[in-house]
Design a protein around this ligand. Structure first.
Ligand SMILES: [Zn+2]
Length: 292
């Protein structure tokens, strides 16, 4: 499932191809993904003014006062192909030849620079056109916590968000009202880097641990971003290239393999229906420190 580094990698690739460009042709081939998709006629001819990201949403601001909200869901991805006759574009495009349209190509956007295809085999993605003025109060966006790579996410803000929470720190780290965009892979990796047991009740995390975990989240996400994210099953960068952070996993998907730091076998457990990976030696469960 694409997480923050994969979504941001996608945005960075699409932005030079979309911003300032008119959507000369739009073809919507799926009437519904997670929700009903907008009709092509509501998008065709509009110009993209900016391409932002909030949590795992890509927001394409359009010149009619609306925003196309895009979410990659479980298996969504964009592919970008050169537009016939355009010799040079301001970004990299797919180095692979453009294939015929496939079953799960649900939307095709053509600008003067490129053809952008949205493909999503599992159809949990989202293409939603909403008024830009309504973004802040939209049900999908209004309760989101701070961006992990923004100045709004500080150790103190993070610490305050943990107070009173009895849930384990791993699912709390994946709770988008606490901090957005930290999915299953990056939660396990961050907790390992910070030396914190994933089962620790959130309210028992002391400020020093919280500061370490904050730094670990930022470091892991920034590192993943520089490597183009992680490619496990479906995800590819829009150029068709894989991400490379999966080669850097210290604990994720390494159950039974030896910890790269101490040699102890990596453990796996299920928390909130998701697999957690951790090293019992590097991430011991500390006794409660008597805090309420
Ligand atoms: Zn270890």
């Amino acid at each position: 499932m694409p997480e923050l580094p994969e979504v941001e990698t996608t945005r960075l690739c699409l932005a030079p191809l979309l911003v300032g460009q008119r959507l000369a042709e739009v073809e919507i081939r799926a009437p519904k993904l997670r929700q009903a998709t907008p009709a092509a006629s509501l998008l065709q001819g509009l110009t993209v003014q900016a391409l932002e990201r909030r949590a795992k949403y890509i927001l394409a601001h359009l010149d009619d006062g609306s925003t196309l909200l895009i979410h990659l869901g479980m298996s969504g991805r964009f592919s970008v192909f050169p537009h016939q006759g355009v010799a040079q574009t301001p970004t990299r495009l797919s180095k692979y030849p453009k294939p015929p349209l496939a079953k799960h190509d649900h939307a095709i956007f053509t600008t003067d620079l490129a053809e952008l295809r949205y493909n999503d085999p599992r159809r949990f993605g989202l293409l939603l056109k909403i008024n830009t003025a309504d973004l802040a109060t939209h049900p999908l966006l209004k309760n989101l916590g701070p961006e992990p790579l923004s100045p709004a996410f500080t150790p103190k803000v993070f610490y305050n968000a943990l107070q009173g929470k009895t849930t384990a720190i791993k699912p709390t780290l994946m709770n988008p009202t606490v901090v957005v965009g930290v999915g299953n892979i990056y939660a396990s990796e961050s907790l390992f880097l910070a030396g914190i047991n994933p089962a620790t009740p959130s309210k028992n995390i002391i400020l020093a641990q919280c500061t370490r975990l904050h730094a670990a989240v930022v470091k892991v996400l920034e590192h993943a971003l520089t490597l183009g994210g992680s490619t496990l099953r479906d995800y590819q960068q829009p150029t068709g290239e894989a991400g490379h952070f999966q080669d850097e996993f210290r604990v994720y998907d390494r159950a039974g393999q030896l910890c790269l730091t101490c040699g102890t076998p990596i453990q796996q457990m299920v928390q909130a229906q998701r697999s957690t990976y951790w090293c019992p030696s590097c991430q011991p469960l500390k006794p409660t420190r008597g805090r309420a």
